[in-house]
Design a protein around this ligand. Structure first.
Ligand code: GUN
Length: 281
């Protein structure tokens, strides 16, 4: 049976470290979280982020805006937050509502790169690409921290990432590559997914569809990281991986919930702290 990677416990530890650093600061870090519209999953994420800020002693401000707030007003708000000295991090929860003319790319470009705690601005994406990051991408960095905590070495391993999103798949591949993993990225056009995933020493799934990874797709002793957050027919949270069957084969596995989710949020707190330090607080 696989060892279950306890992301929840590690996140508590990371946030305690942030708290200790924040307590020693003369001026507290500040995070602005923007939520446009009423996507239920986004509402949960934003509530959790606020809770994390409280735990870490970080000042948080929420901007909960109606779906029809509009792109120009949103850009004006971001411009104001860029100017504010008490705000070190700006996060605009994605996805933006459809049908109101929002341009996500323009929104991400508008955020001052020094406040881009999601690391979604093309400047920060580029820095990650060349291996000189200012901010680490939250979910992939959370994964790397879990691998480190469990002394799972990436060097020389075949790492298979399933999913090529800008938020997870692509930056995940970069972080693994920078640790000397041999990285394969699979996606919806990969003809024989199982043939590739079976080669993985470290398998990261970030698709958002349950049972994407079944036991027959996993090599004996592989490390399996499940980034997804889905719901099954009963409405219970689950990932991409058939956990019950895959845990019998893998050496390490992350649970959903309690794996990547808490770690993503912990890295956001670390990034906000780093932004504040970079801003001279
Ligand atoms: N939507 C899903 N994940 C994220 C995230 O990490 N940051 C933001 N801003 N939006 C998201």
């Amino acid at each position: 049976m696989a060892i279950i990677i306890d992301g929840k416990a590690l996140a508590v530890k990371c946030k305690e470290e942030v708290r200790t650093a924040v307590d020693a600061m003369a001026r507290k870090p500040g995070l602005a979280v923007i939520l446009v519209g009423e996507n239920p999953a986004s509402q949960v994420y934003v509530r959790n982020k606020q809770k994390d800020c409280q735990e870490c002693g970080i000042h948080s401000e929420e901007f909960v805006l109606p779906a029809d707030y509009g792109q120009p007003a949103l850009l004006t708000l971001i411009a104001e937050l860029n100017q504010r000295e008490d705000i070190d991090g700006i996060l605009c929860q994605l996805p933006l509502p459809e049908g109101y003319g929002y341009d996500e790319e323009a929104v991400l470009l508008a955020i001052d790169p020094s406040k881009d705690v999601d690391a979604f601005h093309p400047y920060n994406v580029g820095k990650i690409m060349i291996g000189d990051p200012s901010f680490l991408p939250c979910t992939p960095a959370g994964v790397m921290k879990m691998l480190d905590e469990y002394h799972i070495d990436v060097d020389g391993k075949h790492c298979v990432v399933v999913g090529r999103s800008n938020i997870v798949g692509k930056p995940m591949a970069m972080l693994l590559l920078h640790r000397n993993g041999t990285v394969t990225v699979c996606h919806s056009h990969t003809p024989d997914l199982a043939a590739v995933t079976r080669q993985a020493d470290i398998l990261v799934s970030a698709v958002g569809k349950r049972n994407t990874i079944t036991a027959d797709m996993v090599k004996e002793g592989a490390v399996v990281i499940d980034v997804a957050m889905n719901r099954n027919e009963q409405g219970k949270l689950c990932g991409d991986v058939d956990f019950a069957e895959v845990e019998k084969i893998a050496s390490y596995i992350t649970p959903v919930p309690g794996g990547c989710g808490p770690m993503t949020r912990a890295i956001l707190m670390e990034n906000t702290l780093h932004a504040a330090v970079a801003h001279g607080k």
